[in-house]
Design a binder for this molecule. Structure first.
Ligand code: HEM
Length: 213
């Protein structure tokens, strides 16, 4: 048995729900550490928590984008975990936004001002707003209601969302730290691969169609 076939065998028996548990436990653990000023939260815990949630959200959004190329290149099919990864990413984005709004700026009018005045907040907010329909439709009922084609089209929004998130990070840092640029490089590479793969798939479909007609 090949390695991808063996991994797919494991995937069949390992459920997706532990991802939700891990995400919630991690979110609460970071919150508890911040509440008690422990570890990296000794100084400016609110700001550090805000950044921590933002970074975890970005990593999870990117992780979700890896599932298709992994399947296309290796045959390992992790699609079963995509919904849990995406919804967990949304949970962290929501927590990131709530820490910003409730604990950091602490007023609705200041949230509005920050979103309007600071371009990096505008971009982050746009990514958050675009994520909402994806989170709301990440269930079997929505797939049935929208139909798989429309649902898939809607969920292609993940790509602009992740690009906006990467831009949000680059825009807010001062100087030239490597991290946000490394994330953006990975995001752009994934986008490139996706566009290229779609092009190849469409070409093969057209070729097969004209060969059989
Ligand atoms: C998909 C949505 C979003 C993602 C993936 C995201 C991700 C991030 C990341 C990775 C950071 C930097 C973390 C670090 O320095 O290690 C960050 C910082 C920040 N984000 Fe977001 N973000 C999103 C949405 C938002 C929204 C909706 C707001 C507010 C309206 C927001 C406000 C901020 C602020 C104020 C900071 C900087 C905190 C500081 O250092 O003062 N973000 N975000």
């Amino acid at each position: 048995m090949t390695l991808p076939a063996r991994i797919n065998g494991w995937v069949r028996v390992v459920p997706a729900w532990p991802i939700y548990i891990l995400a919630v436990v991690n979110l609460l653990w970071e919150f508890w550490l911040a509440l008690n000023g422990l570890r990296q939260y000794a100084v400016e815990p609110i700001n550090v928590l805000e950044r921590q949630y933002g970074e975890i959200a970005l990593i999870m959004l990117i992780a979700g984008l890896f599932i298709t190329p992994i399947r296309n290149w290796t045959g390992v099919n992790l699609v079963k975990y995509r919904r849990a990864i995406g919804l967990s990413a949304f949970l962290f984005v929501l927590a990131h936004f709530l820490v910003f709004a409730v604990l950091d700026v602490q007023s609705v009018s200041r949230v509005v001002t920050e979103v309007i005045k600071r371009p990096y907040v505008t971009v982050g907010f746009a990514a958050f707003v675009l994520l909402i329909p994806l989170a709301v439709t990440s269930n079997n009922r929505s797939i049935r209601k929208l139909g798989p084609v429309r649902w898939r089209k809607l969920h292609m929004l993940t790509y602009p969302i992740v690009v906006l998130s990467g831009l949000h990070y680059i825009w807010l840092v001062k100087g030239w730290p490597i991290e946000p640029f490394a994330y953006m490089a990975v995001i752009l590479a994934l986008l490139f691969v996706r566009i290229k793969w779609t092009g190849i798939r469409d070409y093969l479909a057209k070729r097969d169609a004209s060969a059989s007609s």
